[in-house]
Design a protein around this ligand. Structure first.
Ligand code: COA
Length: 372
């Protein structure tokens, strides 16, 4: 039994928001807030809000634009959150819908029929509901027998899902597993928070992990996987089903994504770079020989530093491609989008690394080699 990546799939929403559009909306909100609270601000009871800036966003993060499922309500300063009609229980839910689109893309590229898939793992930072599992709904919509379940390891969900799928294949429990990451991150982002309002975007990815014996030509052998978690409060979201146990704090901003961005930067870079180098050595791969790194897409500066530590030199765009500029941070889907959009040109025997990192802290590394 030898796990491979047979194909990947991508669903990108139609609408995107540029930094200019985002900052225009945010700054109109700031003006309105400061105007409405002028007396309280003057009395020192309320803190005046500061405006955001396009230059800051691009310089601090590398993000220029992000895709969203619902653009208008996010930019509406009366709302500043995604909004759509609630679907009935008889309709396909929104997370399942975009997940299914990404899965169909992956299946088509692999030439695989859904009925020949054994399992669906829905690996994402946020689930639309606790149960029934999103994975089971996606499984049903695709017509897959077998089983599905959800797993959440924040930004590392997809790589944790790939290792889990690979382990099923190594153990002989499955031959074909879909790892799907529908990331509707616009729902957990606090669009009124200047420090983070620019970070996230929506997307869905799918990775078809299979046993080599049934894989199509042009697949990627999974040489090895490594997962790591270290508890940290520096990226946190307290939203959850127990919120009504303490209703007095239900609307607090910590019920959405919050982070200490600087600490994350400082602590995660060495953790991830160290993990990659250690695991490469264990697999007898010279890290400097890696042809391409498909890194988690959260911050271009972090990726620059991690790539440098792994490759031993400043990475070119070709060695460490970015999708952050157009997609923003799409949580666990980021490294998979980077792989999906930047892997076709590699040839037989080329070795690369898919790597995620984020809340938990969590980090996942998947070493892959192209097989023509
Ligand atoms: N517009 C303009 N200025 C802003 C701003 C905005 N939207 N947000 C913050 N600033 C200002 C701050 O007020 C601060 O000003 P000061 O120096 O006068 O106090 C300055 O810019 C620097 O702010 P800071 O928050 O320290 O920025 P940063 O350079 O650390 O960049 C992040 C912020 C979030 C982009 C960056 O820390 C990061 O990406 N970290 C890693 C995050 C990550 O990977 N998270 C994983 C999530 S899954």
């Amino acid at each position: 039994m030898h796990p491979v990546i047979s194909a990947t799939g991508l669903f990108t929403p139609e609408d995107s928001i540029s930094n200019e559009e985002l900052v225009d909306s945010f700054n109109r909100y700031v003006e309105a807030f400061n105007r409405d609270n002028a007396a309280a601000i003057a009395a020192g009871d309320v803190e005046e809000l500061s405006k955001s800036s396009v230059e800051f966003i691009e310089k601090a993060s590398g993000i220029k634009s992000r895709y969203v499922i619902a653009k208008e309500p996010v930019l509406d300063i009366e709302h500043m959150a995604p909004r759509w009609r609630e679907r009935s229980n008889d309709e396909l839910s929104i997370m399942a819908e975009i997940g299914v689109k990404a899965c169909r893309d992956a299946l088509e590229r692999a030439g695989r029929e859904a009925k020949d898939v054994d399992a669906v793992l829905c690996a994402a930072s946020n689930m639309q509901r606790p149960y029934p599992a999103m994975a089971v709904e996606i499984q049903q919509e695709l017509g897959i027998e077998g089983f599905g379940f959800d797993l959440n390891v924040a930004c590392s969900s997809a790589t944790f899902g790939i290792q889990t799928a690979a382990d099923y294949i190594r153990a002989g429990n499955a031959k074909s597993v879909l790892v799907v990451s529908p990331e509707i991150t616009s729902g957990h982002l606090n669009w009124r928070d200047r420090d983070s309002h620019f970070i996230f975007g929506d997307v869905a990815t799918a990775v078809l992990v299979e046993d080599r014996s049934i894989a199509p030509s042009g697949h990627w052998d999974i040489l090895g996987t490594k997962l790591k978690t270290v508890f940290s409060n520096n990226i946190r979201n307290n939203f959850g089903f127990l919120n009504r146990a303490h209703p007095e704090t239900a609307g607090n901003p910590d019920k959405l994504f919050v982070q200490e961005g600087r600490k994350v930067f400082k602590e995660v870079v060495p953790m991830v770079a160290g993990m990659i180098v250690e695991e490469a050595e264990r697999l007898s791969i010279d890290p400097q020989s890696l042809r391409r790194l498909w890194l988690h897409q959260a911050n271009s500066g972090m990726n620059r530093l991690i790539a440098q530590r792994v490759l031993g030199h400043e990475a070119s765009d070709d060695e460490s491609p970015t999708v952050l500029d157009t997609y923003g941070n799409t949580s666990s889907a980021g490294s998979i989008i980077a792989f999906h959009l930047n892997s076709e040109d590699l040839g037989d025997g080329d070795t690369g690394l898919i790597c995620s990192f984020g809340a938990g802290y969590s980090a996942g590394a998947v070493f892959v080699r192209k097989s023509a």
